[in-house]
Design a protein around this ligand. Sequence first.
Ligand SMILES: Nc1ncnc2c1ncn2[C@@H]1O[C@H](COP(=O)(O)OP(=O)(O)O)[C@@H](O)[C@H]1O
Ligand SMILES: [Mg+2]
Length: 374
Amino acid sequence: MELGEGDSDEKRRAALVESLPEASDDTPLMAQLQQDARRRIELRGRRFPRPPSTRVVTVANQKGGVGKTTTTVNLAAALAQSGLNVLVLDNDPQGNASTALGIEHRSGTPSIYEVLVDGAPMHEAVQESPDVPNLFCLPATIDLSGAEIELVSMVARETRLRNALDAYLTWRAETGKEQIDYVFVDCPPSLGLLTVNAFVVAREVLIPIQCEYYALEGLSQLLKTIELIQAHLNPALHVSTILLTMYDARTNLAQQVANEVRTHFPDLTLRTSVPRSVRISEAPSYGQTVMSYDPGSTGALAYLEAAREVAERGASAADSGARDESDTFSPEPHPGDVRTTPDGDVPHHGHEASGLADQNIQQSAALAAHQEEQ
Ligand SMILES: Nc1ncnc2c1ncn2[C@@H]1O[C@H](COP(=O)(O)OP(=O)(O)O)[C@@H](O)[C@H]1O
Ligand SMILES: [Mg+2]
């Protein structure tokens, strides 16, 4: 009997998974090897579903070192390797996402700075990844470190990235290029105007949470910021995804933090967590993501599985559609998503609103409200 290519592929994968020895939790190493084997069979070479229109996801957490950049570049590479067109906007003056993607970003290279501050067209600065086809990056150079201050006095300072991305996506359509399926925005560890721009360009927020003490501190501030943006600048913005990173199953603390996050955000937290892995942390020094540096490693397979979850959750039309004409940024809830909730719902006690960044957001919100009235 002739089977469709898709069917036979599914059957082949299922038969292979079936043939794996009975899963045993005798030793953590054995369990890990079996999980890796299953993921390798189930995921490598698989094509993920294409969202009906471009999904724009901002990766944010105002804490530094929680895995924002690592998550941005590896999810982006995983989705691109699985057949989708992906664009990374490096929105952090440190340019770590550009480094990890092997993208030229010396001072003076056309970058997100020229786009935000000078209004240069994005397509003049976007580069294609040298390793992964269909993966693009708008680099950040050190010049971006001045942008936070330069933006303050600019017109439409909160919507500059969004306007630039809209123009880029239109340019692609007009020049006959394929639709971008995913845009990921890598954010700096602060809540200033660069991050505000990232919250205005996106419809979804992905929050990486590092499984360690203090992990949840500051989360209530982040969620409050998102609410402010939602109320005044971008009603469609919502937290769609939480990813647990640098998870070390051997420590009780990591397990406790993970349980706490899953209890508070059961629908948002991906089933897959990303383990602490040397291969993941080595990859950037070779100008690569772990997805091309060591695709068979535990860390790469975890990101591939997480990317599949992201793609499959978004395959329902309701959660995407950030950039089509019919999009009116309506504030209806999205199935499967929980909107940011009032403080009561947030575990731990975040620091109270901190100085300048918060003032910027308050001012931006007030300004937007004022403009609406006119
Ligand atoms: N799963 C992981 N295993 C090991 N090291 C990791 C992992 N995720 C991130 N790191 C390392 O932790 C550091 C901080 O990660 P990064 O993604 O740069 O965080 P952020 O962008 O939030 O500041 C980097 O050195 C990175 O290589
Ligand atoms: Mg970073």
